[in-house]
Design a protein around this ligand. Structure first.
Ligand SMILES: [Fe+2]
Length: 487
């Protein structure tokens, strides 16, 4: 559609609504235009408002979203039963979030993050003081909690600046204790940490630094259904580097009667199913399919090969045509229509908490792994094929999917902060960095699922060696997680 055509559509729908006594906001009209037959949809919307929302004159996007949910059930039902095991989308993000992007929203957002992580520490029974209380009460040593705002190497160690709602504090971390030095080297701006500090001649000196971390999760049952959940990511259909042959091997295996394949009843696609367009400068030179429609049609052709026993859950990534700021909503309806309804595809946002027969998965595409790598941390792209599991462990221990803000990934300052790792998942699955890795940390399965795209020029320039052709498989009875390599 041309921009002029779109402008005319907006005018037509606006005046149609006006003629019936309603005023549609431009954002509301744009939501309707995303769908097939927007004129007919507007008629249905107006009669729905008449019966369900009498008194409404100004039709804002929230009203349109409420209406759309009534007609197409965008939110998956509370609990669905697949062929042999149940699954539930516990929480995820949808498109109906509205923010202004003001400084005040971000101030509140970070205050809430501080409070919620503080609660995690307090639940462990640590008595926490603010540095001013420490001074007033003449305490020599105590725990403080702060959000890191700066870490700097100084002559005899490090200077760390932290903030709490009562003030900004500088803490000195002296050289000499390698353990403590390693912990301070891990600190990134915006992380909320506890420090044991000692007052020495009115200078606060760190004795210890603690991350919020996770308590050990007891090893689970051996009584669940003998069903596998398979997780893949970063397929990149449409890229000239997409390894279709290998992906077809995977699809063939999934349809086979091989024991592990035939037990697979769930497939989670954790982002970057398609390569997208205009994602990075010069991408057009690396695309085999230069239009999004063609990419989704091709993806549809591939997904058709998935056997009926498998329920597919699709989480978007940074290459999908959805907003770049986290959390991301599920892909739009116009692309769902191109993808078709194979096996009742379930569309969720990024991140998503999904329970498979009571086993909690935190599924996150992993955009913020870039922010950690690029913020001067101990991680780098050229060694990430060895360190990916350690990177996931680090993120889990910060209890936030975006431990640091302002490097690459935009965030929405939502009050409920869906990027908090409030609960401890049994499986924490990411993708995005295109390397396969797994480990077990305090009972939590950490897994990054590799890719189906051969090394790109950009990755080569970073020294990143992708793991091509891997799928993670978790059995809900044995709780064993393995990475299967194809090709
Ligand atoms: Fe990717």
């Amino acid at each position: 559609m041309t921009s002029t055509g779109r402008g005319e559509d907006i005018k037509r729908l606006a005046s149609k609504a006006l003629s019936k006594g309603y005023q549609l906001t431009e954002s509301s009209i744009k939501i309707l235009l995303e769908r097939k037959n927007p004129d007919e949809l507007l008629d249905r919307l107006l009669s729905w408002i008449k019966s369900s929302r009498p008194g409404t004159i100004l039709i804002e996007p929230g009203v349109v979203m409420d209406f759309l949910r009534t007609i197409d059930g965008e939110r998956p039902p509370e609990e669905q039963v697949a062929k042999t095991a149940s699954f539930r989308i516990k929480s995820t993000s949808y498109s109906d979030v509205w923010i202004e992007g003001s400084t005040e929203e971000f101030r509140l957002y970070f205050t809430v993050r501080y409070q919620r992580i503080r609660e995690i520490f307090e639940r462990r029974g640590i008595s926490v003081y603010s540095p001013s209380e420490l001074r007033e009460q003449g305490l020599k040593e105590a725990y403080i909690i702060g959000m890191v705002s700066e870490v700097r190497a100084v002559k005899n160690g490090y200077s760390v600046v932290v903030e709490d709602p009562k003030g900004v504090w500088r803490i000195i971390v002296p050289k000499g204790d390698r353990n403590l030095e390693e912990r301070v080297e891990d600190l990134l701006p915006d992380m909320v940490v506890t420090m044991r500090v000692r007052m020495r001649a009115s200078v606060l000196v760190a004795q210890d630094i603690l991350l919020p971390d996770v308590p050990p999760v007891p090893q689970r049952r051996l009584s669940g259904p003998d069903v596998n959940v398979c997780i893949i990511s970063d397929i990149h259909v449409g890229s000239s580097r997409f390894n279709e042959e290998l992906f077809n091997d995977f699809l063939e295996w999934l349809s086979s009667d091989e024991d592990e394949a035939s037990k697979t009843c769930f497939l989670v696609i954790n982002g970057d199913l398609v390569d997208g367009v205009y994602i990075y400068p010069g991408q057009e030179n690396e695309l085999a399919l230069p239009s999004l429609n063609k990419q989704f049609e091709k993806a549809s052709e591939l997904l058709k090969k998935i056997p009926e026993r498998v329920t597919v859950i699709y989480v978007p990534g940074n290459h999908e045509p959805v907003r770049k700021a986290l959390p991301q909503p599920p892909i739009q309806h116009r692309y769902r229509e191109l993808l078709g309804q194979h096996n009742g595809l379930v569309y969720v946002g990024n991140p998503a908490w999904i329970s498979f027969d009571g086993i909690e998965f935190l599924v996150f595409h992993g955009q913020t792994l870039d922010d950690v790598i690029q913020s001067g941390s101990r991680f780098s792209y050229s060694t990430i094929h060895r360190d990916a599991a350690a990177l996931l462990e680090f993120v889990l221990r910060t209890r936030h999917l975006a431990p640091t803000y302002g490097v690459v990934t935009p965030l929405l300052p939502l009050r409920d902060d869906p990027l908090m790792i409030s609960e401890v998942p049994v499986v924490f699955a990411t993708g995005h960095i295109h390397v396969a890795a797994q480990s077990l940390y305090r009972g939590v399965h950490l897994v990054n699922t590799g890719t189906w795209q051969e090394q790109t020029k950009f990755q080569a320039s970073l020294g990143l060696e992708p793991t091509v052709g891997t799928a993670a498989i978790l059995n809900l009875r044995s709780m064993r997680l393995s990475i299967k390599k194809f090709g």
